[in-house]
Design a protein around this ligand. Structure first.
Ligand code: ZN
Length: 247
């Protein structure tokens, strides 16, 4: 799933009090995982459940790392100790004076939960204190203890790079002057067709609709031509000519 869509879905679930109490987020890149976990944790505590940092009291406390009920476990490489898990359970079992009632822990490397620490956490996942949300992260979901995995909602995070590429590639083309837009054709023609379709679809849904309405239709046409015709090079030329004329 894409990060933004996942966060939007979770915000709805938080609003309707239907949020999962434990999620396992999978991606092969630790930075992507950390970014997702941090954004989601901030949203959970945000007074307005805002997808962007709205600088409310709790968003500021998040920035200052002064949210008492947000705990980080694991550093992405080492095994997680049972004592760390026990400490977390103890802390979260205490009543809280915090304004926001949620308690959130982010566990950076769920695949490193071994038997002892895994069993301790399992109990906690099965019977969490009220309003506790567990965000477990993993770069290798096949190595996460099956007992843990089966009790979490699994989120396979779509790789961020593709989104970035798609934004960059299309933005790059649109940022050129009229004549050099046409010279992008060789770059586009060299690309793997399915990859190009993916990038265009991504750009269509994320960027173009908002910023470049006048090429939205042409983008859709190109996606269709790439998918359903064999004249892909011609379709790319037609698209770029259109873009160079309207931009
Ligand atoms: Zn906020």
């Amino acid at each position: 799933m894409k990060k933004r869509e996942t966060l939007e879905k979770f915000i709805e679930q938080l609003k309707t009090k239907k949020m999962f109490s434990s999620i396992l987020v999978s991606n092969d890149n630790q930075d992507n995982l950390n970014e997702f976990a941090n954004e989601f944790a901030r949203i959970i505590f945000c007074e307005n459940l805002s997808i962007e940092n709205d600088q409310c009291v709790n968003c500021k406390r998040f920035e200052n790392k002064s949210l008492a009920n947000l705990v980080f476990l694991g550093d992405g490489s080492l095994a997680i100790n049972k004592s760390d898990v026990i400490e977390l359970m103890h802390k979260f079992s205490l009543t809280t004076n915090e304004v926001n009632k949620f308690k959130v822990y982010i566990l950076a490397n769920a695949e490193n939960l071994k038997n002892e620490s895994g069993n301790a956490l399992l109990k906690f996942i099965e019977e969490p204190p009220e309003n506790t949300i567990a965000i477990l992260l993993t770069k290798n979901k096949s190595q996460v203890l099956p007992t843990i995995k089966s009790r979490c909602k699994l989120i396979v995070l779509e790789n961020k790079n593709r989104n970035d590429n798609s934004q960059n590639l299309i933005e790059e083309i649109l940022g050129k002057d009229k004549n050099t837009i046409l010279l992008s054709n060789s770059e586009l023609k060299k690309m793997d067709k399915s990859e190009l379709i993916g990038i265009l679809e991504e750009a269509y849904s994320r960027t173009i609709i908002k910023k470049y309405l006048n090429i939205a239709e042409a983008t859709l046409q190109l996606i269709n031509d790439l998918k359903f015709t064999f004249q892909t090079n011609l379709a790319i030329d037609v698209f770029l000519i259109h873009v160079s004329e309207v931009i």
